[in-house]
Design a protein. Structure first.
Length: 48
C-alpha cells in the first residue's frame, strides 16, 4: 500500500514539475514526506 502511494505521488510530482511548476512544489513536499515514511518503515524493521 505504501509503495503504491509513493508511486502515485512520484508520478504526480513529475507531471506537476513538467506541466504546472507552481503545483510541483506542493507535490514535491508530499514526495519528501512519502520518502521519509518509507525510510522510517525500513529502519523500524516492519515489513511494507
Amino acid at each position: 500500500m505504501l509503495w503504491t502511494i509513493v508511486g502515485i505521488i512520484l508520478v504526480l510530482w513529475l507531471l506537476g514539475f513538467i506541466m504546472l511548476p507552481a503545483a510541483g512544489s506542493l507535490i514535491h513536499i508530499l514526495l519528501v514526506i512519502a520518502v521519509i515514511l518509507v525510510i522510517v518503515q525500513l529502519v523500524s524493521g516492519k515489513k511494507l
